[in-house]
Structures are given as structure tokens and as C-alpha cells.
Design a protein around this ligand. Structure first.
Ligand code: PMP
Length: 409
């Protein structure tokens, strides 16, 4: 069991007041708060060991390089990648998917008329990068549907794979529905047709034990800021065999071996995909965040968050006119909801007045909204530092907002 009250002391922002009320931060699917150790790593990085990495022979450059490469190994261990050069640092999930989309489509692994499969519950970051590539090659996007509860239709997925399918790209967990997808099964099905799979782990890594070798994922991507790390740093894991085959994404910096106007050659992995000055402070701060999570124990965090999810679901069920968007039996991290005809924005604004931070709107997943014929939802999303007391404050806040709107009618 985690001592949450003690753990909360690690997060300076959690003592803040908003509108004269103690902050209840339930917008963790958008970004998580940062523990002091992550903040300290950033300060220490810039205060004591700041120098551009890789190219320097001087002392500071060497220790900064060592810290960046040590961070790569921390990430490798965290998701159990086989090789450390299979870890590419990116700006986040979005950049990692854009990298794979751009490089994959420019490779000879996909041709005009071929197909890529995504799902109907993807974040825009796993839809638009593929659409952008449609101007490079004539590629068809096929979309796995989901049912009224927000569960992917795996039979339909099986039937849509053809010899033209060249990649499957699906989310581990939906940021809107909370659904946890059966990614191991999806990968097995795709692999039985020799099709590689990219998993968008933005909402996966913070709430699940991820073992990329066990999953046999070809690509797994996530963002540092959703797992207590800083913004601007994220991870692309790719199997060596795919990363070797993909052409570089961006040019410049450490990604070259030799440059001339006649012939430029590229560096080995992982540097081939890390053009420009890497975010070496971000990478070390991300490693601090992952160490923090590992020290608390991911199993303990998962148990605590699942308790919060179950507790919140039971409590919220009792609210009149409550409608959950996303009712899979396998959910993690969040609850999306609507109450009667109250607009999500109005609900969010009233909750904010009570110091409660939730997100409202389409959550960058407009196709999910279209599927339910709604404009948006209110989303409460949980992290390791949230408490049952905070859920009680949320439920009381929702009830108060609902009463105000009922009166108005
Ligand atoms: N995919 C999912 C499932 C997400 O929840 C998010 C962030 N909301 C993203 C992708 C994009 O992440 P980022 O903005 O950190 O690149």
C-alpha cells in the first residue's frame, strides 16, 4: 500500500489553492504533475552539468553525454527493450508517431494502394500523421470500429487485414473512453499476417507494466509529461530491424556520419533519428521520473489507481442523469461523462470554481465524439497522488453543478 499523504508532499504544486479552494487535480491524462526529484534533476542539469552533448571533448560535455545515455538505459529497462539503441528520444508521442509515419511511408515497405489500419478511438496524433502521408503515397486508412461501451471490435479487425495491409497503429488505452485495448492479441493477429504494429502508449505507460519484448510490439511510443516527467521529451521504441530499415526523419546534428554535397551518409542507431541538439536535460529528468515510479512500485500505483477508478465509478453512478462515455470492463486511468444536458464546458467551469481541474471537450479524439453523436465530455483522470477524498470533492462538485442547472430550467 502506498502512503499517498506522504507521497503528495513530493509534488509541490499539490498544495496550491485555486479560487480559494485546495487544488483537486484530475487532469492527469492531459499532463501529470512533477515530483521534486524531477524538478531537482532539471535544476541540477542546468546548474552543474550543462553542455551540448556528443560532440564535446571537454568535461561538462562528457558528463552531460553520460547522463543522456544513462537515461536511455533507464528507459530501456523501464519498458524492457532488448537493446538501448532501440530507444529514440523524441519530443513526445506525437513526434514519435510522426517520425514513424513519415519514415515508414518514404520507405519501400509501403506502396501506392497499400493500407494502414488504425482504430476509431485514436487520438488525433495517431490519425493525422498518417493522413499527412497520403500526399506522399496513395495509402488507404482503414478504421477498426468500437461498440457502444467503447470496446474494439476485434473480429472486424481480423476481417479487414489483407495482403495490402502494411502497418497497424492503435492505442494501448483510449484517452477519451479509458478503454484498455487487448494489444497483445492485436499484435499477435497482425503478426500472423506479417504486419508490424505501432502502439500509442501515451495513456498506457503511466498505468500499466509495459514489456515491449513480451508484447512483441514493433513500435511503442509515449510522452514523458504524462508519467511525471517534463514536457518536450518522449520515447519511440522500435525494434532494431525496423529502425534499421527506416530512412531518417529529420536531418542535421548527430544523425550524420559524413556530409558532402555529393554524398551524405547517416549515423548508426539511435543517433540516426536524433537530429539536432537532443533534449538532454529532458531525458535525464524523464529518467528521474521513471526511477521515482519504479521506487514506488508500478504494481502499487496500478492497484491504487484501480481503486480510485472503481470508487469514483460507484460514487458517480449515483448521480442523477449521469452518463458514462466509455463503459468497457477493462478501463484504466479516467472517467469520461456527461450529466443530463449540461454542456461539458459549463460543468468544467463550475468545477474549476471549486478548485477541481478536469478537462472538457473532444479530448483530441473527434471521431469518438462523432461515434456517440456528442460534442464533448467531461473527463476526470487519475494519477498516483489522487485520493478517495478528492473523488468525494469531485462528486459533490458535480452534484452541486447539476443542482444549479436543474434550478435554472
Ligand atoms: N495519444 C494519446 C492516447 C494521448 O492521450 C495523447 C495526449 N493527450 C497523445 C497521443 C499525444 O501526446 P503528446 O501531446 O504528449 O504528444
Amino acid at each position: 500500500m502506498l502512503d499517498i499523504n506522504n507521497i503528495r508532499k513530493d509534488f509541490p504544486i499539490l498544495t496550491a489553492e485555486v479560487n480559494g479552494k485546495p487544488l483537486v487535480y484530475l487532469d492527469n491524462a492531459a499532463t501529470t504533475q512533477k515530483p521534486q526529484c524531477v524538478l531537482d534533476t532539471i535544476i541540477k542539469g542546468y546548474s552543474n552539468q550543462n553542455a551540448n552533448i556528443h560532440r564535446g571533448v571537454h568535461f561538462l560535455s562528457q558528463i552531460a553525454t553520460e547522463a543522456h545515455e544513462a537515461a536511455r538505459i533507464t528507459v530501456q529497462k523501464f519498458i524492457n527493450a532488448e537493446k538501448n539503441h532501440e530507444i529514440i528520444f523524441t519530443r513526445g508521442t506525437t513526434e514519435a508517431i510522426n517520425l514513424v509515419a513519415s519514415s515508414f511511408v518514404r520507405s519501400d515497405m509501403i506502396n501506392n494502394g497499400d493500407e494502414i489500419i488504425v482504430s476509431a478511438m485514436e487520438h488525433h496524433s495517431n490519425i493525422v500523421p498518417w493522413q499527412l502521408q497520403q500526399s506522399i503515397k496513395d495509402i488507404k486508412l482503414k478504421v477498426i470500429p468500437f461498440d457502444d461501451k467503447g470496446v474494439l471490435d476485434i473480429e472486424s479487425f481480423k476481417s479487414m487485414i489483407t495482403e495490402k495491409t502494411k502497418l497497424v497503429s492503435v492505442t494501448h488505452c483510449s484517452n477519451t473512453l479509458g478503454t484498455v485495448n487487448p494489444i497483445k492479441e492485436i499484435i499477435e493477429i497482425a503478426h500472423s499476417h506479417n504486419v508490424p504494429v505501432l502502439i500509442d502508449g501515451a495513456q498506457g505507460v503511466p498505468h500499466h507494466k509495459v514489456d515491449v519484448q513480451y508484447l512483441d510490439a514493433d513500435f511503442y511510443v509515449f510522452s514523458g509529461h504524462k508519467i511525471y516527467g517534463p514536457t518536450g521529451i518522449g520515447v519511440l521504441y522500435g525494434k532494431e530491424k525496423w529502425l534499421e530499415k527506416l530512412p531518417p526523419y529529420q536531418g542535421g546534428g548527430e544523425m550524420i556520419k559524413n556530409v558532402s554535397f555529393e554524398l551524405t551518409t547517416f549515423n548508426e542507431l539511435p543517433f540516426k533519428f536524433e537530429a539536432g541538439t537532443p533534449d538532454y536535460i529532458g531525458s535525464t529528468a524523464l529518467a528521474s521520473a521513471l526511477d521515482y515510479v519504479s521506487n514506488l512500485g508500478l504494481d502499487n500505483i496500478i492497484a491504487h489507481e484501480n481503486d480510485l477508478l472503481a470508487y469514483a465509478t460507484e460514487k458517480m453512478k449515483t448521480i442523477e442523469d449521469m452518463r458514462f462515455i466509455g463503459e468497457s470492463t477493462n478501463k484504466s486511468g479516467l472517467i469520461s461523462f456527461l450529466v443530463g444536458t449540461i454542456h461539458p464546458y459549463d460543468m468544467g467551469t463550475i468545477l474549476d470554481k471549486l478548485g477541481i481541474a478536469v478537462r472538457t471537450g473532444h479530448h483530441c479524439a473527434e471521431p469518438v465524439m462523432h461515434r456517440f453523436g456528442i460534442e464533448g465530455t467531461v473527463r476526470a483522470s487519475f494519477a498516483l497522488y489522487n485520493t478517495r477524498d478528492e473523488i468525494d470533492v469531485l462528486v459533490a462538485g458535480i452534484e452541486r453543478a447539476a443542482r444549479m442547472f436543474r434550478k435554472k430550467k
